[in-house]
Design a protein around this ligand. Structure first.
Ligand code: NAG
Ligand code: NAG
Ligand code: NAG
Ligand code: NAG
Length: 468
């Protein structure tokens, strides 16, 4: 008897996740025109037409590459549908065989096993193709960003209007690339938004996107990420807030990833102008175009609505401002958002500094349920929520962090685990999960860092246990 665990989710688990982000390298690109020292006197004759022609040519080349990738993705989608159907058919067949094992000969059973092996081979092949395609997308993204850097430099040196046309071409390319990446993403991670999985099994290596928008490594306090429940039309928006201290005075929002990397905010919200809406501790979250954060004065949970540009606050009963996380002071209220909504962690004098978790009723902006954990908050690096489960981290050494504790709000059960992961820099003040892309966002000593998350697959869901 051989037990074969067969699973429709197998495909999804196998076609895991490849990083699309890259380590942005910034290097000075000097155009031939810029080497001329008398440009102020001869602006027209030294206008880099050659440079622009080159940019236009490479825009056409990039466009062709993207078309090719889109057609490949369409092919993956078709293949995937066929494999799924084959697996369905086999599952049905095996079910029939299981119910009536005596009617089938060894040869017939062997045939089914061979078919399973064939599908396995096809999946491995598809996986390899998707991996290659993913690498191509990363390199296209790099090419586009390099071209935009050149364009930006040309714009600062020469007439903006002349450069604008080429720039528009690149913006179109970015949009095409985003669409391509989105579809690519759907193929190898179709489970976004679903909680039909177990706890986290591991994290990817850290993906370092960029130094913060202030380009200042001294801005060690901050956060970045995406809206966990974006308003329609704001799905690609990113936000960033950073400072050299624990005060939270402003937040920048960017139309998309490229604007974030290019440091072109669509809006900077100031929390300290005619009134003082400043926060503390950098453990905020953006949800529904609203920043939820630790309000400074009075000590309470704050809510800054970026749509109406108004703030409000509410005191959390018995929350103490004495217990912070391990890496930074003033982190007394930590907000998190997951598939189930909005959460806040804190500690109280009564709990003697042990971690408390509150579920926030978003409409009422008040705690509706409270859970008490058995871990001492000051020993915790940070926490985040996924599917109603709290994950707490702690430091192992300067390069390594681990998820060491899990609290499941559905069962009210806790467990101690060890899921180590790599850090890029030692200290971090911000770590949160985003349910819209199942990624973890970390603000790591001034750098934008993210991780892909892998989950244990549920044993009892969509999985047929077969006996042959
Ligand atoms: C940046 O440019 C310099 C000089 O051209 C070169 O030596 C260096 O390798 C480049 N760095 C990167 C990261 O491309
Ligand atoms: C699955 O079974 C159906 C009905 O027997 C058949 O028409 C179809 O071609 C099969 N699909 C694959 C991919 O083998
Ligand atoms: C933010 O303000 C807008 C406009 O007043 C309102 O429609 C929206 O519901 C508010 N959002 C939250 C989360 O309070
Ligand atoms: C199994 O997967 C199919 C197709 O993806 C879905 O329609 C069905 O609801 C799933 N069943 C369970 C128990 O999750």
């Amino acid at each position: 008897m051989i037990t074969i665990l067969f699973c429709l989710l197998f495909l999804r688990a196998t076609l895991a996740y490849w990083p699309l982000d890259f380590l942005a390298e910034k290097n000075e690109t000097v155009s031939p025109g810029q080497t001329c020292t008398c440009e102020a006197f001869l602006p027209d004759t030294i206008f880099p037409m050659g440079e622009l022609e080159l940019l236009e040519k490479s825009s056409v080349q990039i466009s062709h590459k993207l078309e090719l990738e889109i057609s490949k993705i369409e092919m993956f989608e078709i293949k995937l549908t066929i494999y799924m159907e084959k697996i369905m058919n086999l599952t049905v067949l095996i079910g029939i065989m299981e119910n009536d094992p005596d009617s089938y000969t060894e040869v017939q059973i062997q045939e089914v096993k061979i078919q399973i092996k064939q599908i396995e081979a096809l999946i491995v092949e598809l996986q390899a193709s998707i991996e290659i395609s993913s690498t191509v997308l990363v390199s296209i993204r790099k090419e586009i960003i390099a071209m935009i850097v050149i364009l930006t430099e040309l714009e600062t040196t020469y007439d903006k209007n002349l450069v604008l046309l080429t720039r528009r071409e690149y913006i179109k390319l970015q949009q095409k690339l985003e669409e391509c990446e989105r579809r690519h993403n759907e193929i190898f991670n179709p489970n976004i938004g679903s909680c039909d999985h177990g706890f986290i099994s591991r994290l990817s290596k850290p993906m370092i996107s960029h130094l913060n928008a202030h380009l200042n490594a001294g801005h060690r306090y901050g956060g970045w990420g995406k809206d966990s429940n974006p308003l329609p039309g704001y799905e690609n928006m990113y936000w960033y807030s950073g400072s050299s201290n624990t005060l939270v005075s402003q937040i920048n929002v960017y139309a998309d990833y490229y604007r974030l990397i290019m440091r072109q905010p669509m809006k900077t919200h100031d929390l300290y102008s005619s009134r003082d809406w400043r926060g503390l501790g950098n453990n905020y979250i953006v949800r529904g175009n609203t920043l939820y954060y630790q309000f400074r004065e009075p000590f309470s949970m704050g809510k800054y609505n970026m749509t109406s540009q108004t703030a409000g606050y509410r005191v959390v009963p018995s929350a103490s401002s004495r217990f912070s996380y391990f890496y930074s002071g003033s982190q007394n209220l930590d907000f998190a958002a997951d598939e189930n909504g909005l959460w806040v962690t804190y500690a109280t004098e009564e709990s003697k500094g042990k971690l408390m978790l509150g579920k926030i009723d978003e409409a009422a902006f008040a705690l509706k349920e409270v859970y008490e954990m058995n871990i001492y908050k000051p020993s915790v690096g940070n926490t985040f929520m996924v599917c109603g489960v709290l994950y707490a981290t702690r430091s192992i050494d300067i390069k390594t962090e681990e998820i060491f504790y899990i609290y499941n709000t559905h069962t009210k059960q806790e467990s101690y685990v060890s899921i180590p992961f790599e850090k890029f820099q030692e200290m971090y003040v911000y770590l949160d999960y985003n349910p819209t892309d199942q990624k973890l966002y970390m603000y790591n000593d001034g750098y934008y860092v993210s991780y892909h998350v892998w989950f244990h697959q549920n044993k009892n869901k969509n999985k047929t246990e077969l006996q042959i």
